[in-house]
Design a protein around this ligand. Structure first.
Ligand code: ARG
Length: 606
């Protein structure tokens, strides 16, 4: 059998049909294909084995496949490694330039300079940097942010908002059909009390056009709600009126509903200001809050009852979990309908999942919500599976995250112990970023400085939230997050501006890479670093962890710094200069795209 046929068969079998015209397979991906091909040729009986390829300190890549294969083939690892190495050199065209066997049977692979330069040219030629669309056509609902109406957004709402926004951007870029859902807390008995209080106090100001600079509708409403609570506890006559108002709200009384709508829309105005400032993609039409599901709740309860999943218990309607038990060994429950006939958070989330499956026809549903709600979502998903809403082909995931802590490792609070308002946090970060940027920037006008400080400060906060592994608590140290050094948003923005400045001098037009030129080691490291971008994005799309993208961009920025120290660009000889400009262009475009997918601005000067 001719080798060509074997290898083309292997390729068609494993070829990703998601590869589009412009997709450039990553270098590690190409190495995997080549090693797998060689294994298939040398050990046809073990065809399809994992080539176990990693980046290596000793060469560009290392394959550790021989050890496991030798065991299965009952021979020595060094023998397998030797044979695979020969097959590799004979069969990969221009990809691999050198293979050595080290240790018991590790294959150290060095790629050809020619291939690396060609990779740069191929990525540069593509508007998407050669990145494929592995999420193509997958309808993905992302539930994120979800602030509560008439309450101020505080730092606790930040992780959901920015992690959700990043996932929306990454999944969308990878071809998913993303549906954004802002599950506003916009319904509940507390609004009856608030509405009654507002009616009793017509002098209270809370509309955004009545407020002075620095206050917002939600902070005004937040205070009014506290006052309403106090009145409720102190004044029985008010408590009576407030209870009647709750009934009126639930019964859909016209005036009460009009008042409630006013509160919701004024609150949304305040949220929109924050989203706008944060550069978050949420729009008013993405809001399907708790009230949206309200009219569906009786039907959800009926459906679960008919299916025998929800049962009466102590006058309430509940779902007993079949999977989770409490400390006393009894099953934990979801509350479908309270004793008094009311519905709550649990019922609403049963409705969200049914709606998203049935009406939105989602293939994947992500709930980007605080880890403390892990049990809630576990129970919701279990009930949805039992109800037949969630089937095997649909992925529902609770994308949880830890708490936001201050530099002292305690919950992030103001000095007086209050939760930190989001707008105040942003102002503070922008203020400090301005000092950081001003230190370095010499040729900026005051206007430019103000604009860039805003981009740097907001970027710093978002990056701090995104760069910590989701499952860990995130420590907020404003001083550190606006630093120009270390793994910060400002450092990445600054790295991007440095490349832009080189390109302003060198010319940012299309260049023709000469793949026959030898590679400097720092050029090589940079190419290998930048090439990982697409695979990293695909990984983020799979595991939903934005910090991996942050880590990759940080490595890229460092590799660029090393490259720029070792390899002059502007003063290099003609052909070398062109190739280096190409590398600068690829690095700048990758950083820019990466920052954009994190939802962080990439200014051209700082
Ligand atoms: N409003 C909720 C909160 O503040 C978050 C909503 C999350 N989304 C959901 N479908 N439960 O905790």
């Amino acid at each position: 059998m001719s080798r060509d046929r074997v290898s083309s068969q292997v390729i068609t079998e494993r070829e990703d049909n998601r590869l589009t015209d412009h997709e450039v397979r990553s270098l590690i991906g190409q190495v995997e294909v080549a090693v797998r091909d060689s294994i298939d040729r040398v050990l046809p009986e073990l065809a399809g084995a994992d080539p176990v390829v990693r980046r290596s300190e000793h060469a560009d890549f290392q394959s550790n496949a021989a050890l496991a294969l030798a065991k299965r083939a009952r021979t020595r690892p060094s023998e397998v490694a030797g044979a695979v190495s020969e097959a590799l050199l004979a069969g990969t065209g221009t990809l691999v330039a050198g293979v050595t066997v080290s240790g018991p049977g590790f294959l150290n692979l060095t790629l050809a300079d020619f291939t690396l330069w060609q990779q740069v040219a191929a990525r540069l030629a593509s508007p998407r940097l050669g990145i494929g669309s592995p999420e193509q056509g997958r309808r993905t609902v992302v539930d994120y942010s979800g602030p509560n109406v008439a309450k101020e957004m505080h730092v606790g709402h930040l992780p959901s908002t920015i992690v959700g926004d990043c996932l929306v951007r990454v999944l969308g870029f990878l071809g998913a059909e993303v549906i954004r859902q802002n599950h506003l807390g916009d319904w509940g008995t507390q609004f009856g009390m608030l509405i009654q209080y507002l009616d009793d106090h017509p002098e209270a100001t809370w509309h955004h056009d009545q407020l002075t600079e620095g206050t917002s509708t939600v902070s005004a409403l937040d205070n009014l709600y506290r006052a309403a609570r106090a009145a409720f506890d102190a004044d029985p006559a008010f408590a009576e009126r407030a209870r009647a108002r709750v009934v009126a709200l639930q019964a859909g009384d016209k005036d009460t509903i009009a008042r409630w709508k006013e509160i919701v829309s004024e609150s949304e105005f305040a949220f929109r200001e924050i989203y706008h400032r944060l550069g978050v993609l949420l729009e008013p039409e993405d809001s399907d809050g708790e009230s949206f599901y309200n009219f569906l709740l009786p039907d959800v309860a009926d459906e679960l009852t008919t299916a025998g999943i929800a049962v009466e218990s102590d006058g309430a309607l509940v779902v007993f979990s079949e999977e989770v038990t409490g400390p006393d060994g009894s099953p934990v429950t979801l509350m479908v309908r309270k004793k008094d006939g009311g519905y709550g958070y649990d019922t609403t989330d049963l409705a969200t999942i049914r709606y998203r499956v049935r009406d939105l026809k989602a293939d994947r549903i992500l709930y980007v919500v605080d880890s403390r709600q892990a049990l809630h979502f576990r129970l919701i998903f279990e009930a949805a599976r039992r109800a037949g809403w969630l089937t095997d082909g649909i992925d529902a995931t609770h994308v949880g995250f830890g708490a936001v802590l201050g530099p002292d490792g305690r919950p992030f609070k103001t000095r007086s112990g209050d939760t930190v308002k989001l707008m105040e946090l942003l102002d503070n970060a922008v203020h400090r970023a301005k000092a950081s940027v001003a230190e370095k920037a010499h040729e900026l006008t005051e206007d430019e400085l103000t604009r860039i400080a805003e981009q740097a400060g907001i970027g710093a906060v978002k990056y701090a939230g995104l760069s910590t592994s989701r499952t860990k608590d995130c420590v907020f140290n404003i001083e550190r997050m606006v630093s120009l050094h270390g793994n910060t948003g400002v450092y990445l923005q600054y790295a991007h501006t440095r490349i832009c400045s080189i390109l302003r001098k060198a010319g940012d037009g299309p260049v023709e890479v000469d793949p026959t030129l030898p590679l400097h080691p720092a050029e090589r490291s940079l190419i290998l670093a930048v090439d990982v971008f697409g695979d990293t994005l695909a990984e983020v799309g799979r595991v939903l962890e934005p910090h991996r993208l942050c880590g990759h961009l940080y490595e890229l920025a460092k590799a660029f710094t090393d490259f720029y120290e070792a390899c002059p660009v502007l003063s290099a000889a003609e052909g070398v200069r062109t190739n280096r400009i190409a590398l600068c262009q690829l690095s700048a475009r990758t950083l820019r795209r990466g920052l954009n997918l994190l939802g962080i601005a990439a200014p051209e000067r700082m």
